[in-house]
Design a protein around this ligand. Structure first.
Ligand code: SF4
Length: 406
C-alpha cells in the first residue's frame, strides 16, 4: 500500500458469504487440463522468497524476511490456486496472514513450545499419539499441499527444522491391533490426501482389517488448498471404508470458493460426513461477523462447523494468536444468533498434552439441588426446577427478573 492510501474497506457480511471462483491470476496461459490437475498444482507451488516477490511486489519487508528464513523453520509452499485468493493490495488480507511467512516467526516467547500439545511424549510408537483412552492420532506423512504459519506440528511438517519424520505403518498398525480399546483412528500428518489413491487405499484396507476398529477419521486441508485433488476416483475409493468421517480445516469465508464447494459436494455425495476445524487467528477470523459468515457458508458446503481451536502455544505464533476473551465474545455472538448446527465447540488444547478443554460463555448463573438459574442468548434469565430426589416436578420453568444467586 502506498503512503497516504486508505486501507481497503472491510467486506460486507453478504459479500463474505458469496461463493466466487479463485480465478487464474498469473496462470491464465495454463490449460484447463493442467490447472485442474492436482499434480500440476503441487509442481508449481510457490516455495521461495524470490518467486513470491516476483508474483507479489507488494510483499512487506517483514514478509520478505520471513520468506527468506522459512525454509529453516517451516517451509514456504502455496499452491497457485490458493495464491489467487490473496489480495496483494491488502496487507491485512486474511488469506495472506495464514500462508505467507513473517519475520515474527523467529520471535519465541518463554511460554511457547515446539510441541505444545505434548504429542511426542504421548507416542508409544513414532507417529502414533495415544492420549485419549479409546482413540489414536495416526500421523501418516510430514508433507502438506501448503504450510500454515501457525501449524501445531511446525516441528515436524515439511521437515524444514530437521525433525526427520519417518512413520512406520507396520509398527503403528501393530500397536492399534494389539489394543482392543482403540475404536477410533484419526489419520493426519501432514496431509493424508497427498497420498496417491492406491497408497491411501492400502492403508485404509489394513486399518479396516482390524476388527475392533469402529470408526476412521481423516483430517485434511487439501479441499481448501488443493480442491483439484478431490477427484471422483478418490471419492469412489474412500466410500468403501465407511464409517469414514473427514475433518477439513478452513478459517475464513474467502477460502470457501466455488471450487471448494464443488469438491466438498463430491465428498458429501460419497456419503462422507464432513466437519470443519478452524483456528482462531488474529488478522484472520477474530471477528464475530467474519466467523458467522464462515460457519453459515460451511453449512452451505454441507460441512458442520466442528471446532474452533484457540491457537496453540506454538513457537513463533504470537503475532497470529487472538485472545481467549475474543474467542468467548465470538461464541456469545454465534450461540442463539444463528443455526445451532452452525455453532462449533470452542476448545483450548491444554498445554503439554492435557487434551481438548471446551470453553464457553457462562449460561448457568447458579445451581443447587432444586433449581438451575440460566440465561439465554438475549440475556433473559430463567429458573428451571430440578428433581434432585427424583420426585415429579410441579413447578413450570419461569422467567425471572433478576437472578436469585445462591
Ligand atoms: S495443513 Fe495442517 S498439518 Fe499442514 S501445515 Fe496446515 S495446519 Fe499444519
Amino acid at each position: 500500500m502506498e503512503k497516504g492510501e486508505e486501507p481497503p474497506a472491510a467486506p460486507s457480511f453478504s459479500s463474505l458469504k458469496e461463493f466466487r471462483p479463485a480465478g487464474r491470476g498469473f496462470w491464465s496461459h495454463v490449460s484447463d487440463a493442467d490447472w485442474n490437475d492436482w499434480h500440476w498444482q503441487l509442481k508449481h507451488r510457490i516455495t521461495n522468497a524470490e518467486q513470491l516477490q516476483r508474483l507479489m511486489p507488494t510483499l512487506t519487508p517483514e514478509e520478505f524476511a520471513g520468506a527468506k528464513l522459512a525454509n529453516h523453520k517451516l517451509a514456504l509452499a502455496i499452491t497457485p490456486y490458493f495464491f489467487n485468493l490473496i489480495n496483494p493490495a491488502d496487507e491485512n488480507c486474511p488469506v495472506r496472514w495464514q500462508v505467507i511467512p513473517r519475520v515474527e516467526e523467529t520471535h519465541t516467547a518463554t511460554w511457547e513450545m515446539s510441541d505444545p500439545c505434548g504429542e511426542d511424549s504421548h507416542s508409544p510408537v513414532p507417529g502414533l499419539v495415544h492420549r485419549y483412552p479409546d482413540r489414536v492420532l495416526f500421523l501418516v506423512t510430514d508433507r502438506c499441499a501448503a504450510y500454515c504459519r501457525y501449524c501445531t506440528r511446525s516441528r515436524l511438517v515439511s521437515n524444514a527444522a530437521g525433525y526427520d519424520f519417518h512413520p512406520e505403518f507396520d509398527k503403528q498398525l501393530a500397536y492399534i491391533a494389539a489394543h482392543p480399546e482403540i475404536r477410533d483412528v484419526l489419520l493426519s500428518g501432514g496431509d493424508p490426501l497427498l497420498f496417491s489413491d492406491e497408497k491411501l487405499e492400502d492403508l485404509l484396507t489394513r486399518l479396516r482389517a482390524i476388527p475392533h476398529l469402529e470408526f476412521i477419521r481423516l483430517c485434511t486441508r487439501i479441499p481448501i488448498f488443493l480442491p483439484q485433488r478431490i477427484t471422483p476416483e478418490l471419492c469412489a475409493m474412500l466410500k468403501q471404508f465407511h464409517p469414514l468421517f473427514i475433518s477439513i480445516h478452513s478459517n475464513h469465508p474467502r477460502e470457501l470458493t466455488t471450487e471448494v464447494r464443488d469438491a466438498l459436494g463430491r465428498l458429501a455425495d460419497a456419503g462422507i460426513p464432513l466437519g470443519n476445524q478452524s483456528v482462531l487467528l488474529r488478522h484472520v477470523n477474530d471477528d464475530a461477523e467474519v466467523m458467522k459468515a464462515h460457519v453459515q457458508k460451511l453449512l452451505m458446503c454441507r460441512v458442520k462447523p466442528y471446532y474452533i481451536y484457540q491457537c496453540d502455544l506454538i513457537a513463533g505464533s504470537a503475532h497470529l494468536r487472538a485472545s481467549v476473551r475474543q474467542g468467548l465474545e465470538i461464541m456469545e455472538k454465534l450461540r442463539g444468533h444463528t443455526t445451532g448446527y452452525a455453532v462449533p465447540t470452542y476448545v483450548i488444547d491444554a498445554p503439554n498434552g492435557g487434551g481438548k478443554v471446551p470453553v464457553s460463555p457462562e449460561y448457568v448463573l447458579s445451581r443447587n439441588a432444586d433449581r438451575v438459574v440460566i440465561r439465554n442468548y438475549e440475556g433473559k434469565i430463567f429458573e428451571y426446577p430440578e428433581a434432585a430426589d427424583g420426585t415429579p416436578l410441579v413447578e413450570a420453568p419461569r422467567e425471572i427478573e433478576e437472578p436469585e444467586l445462591v
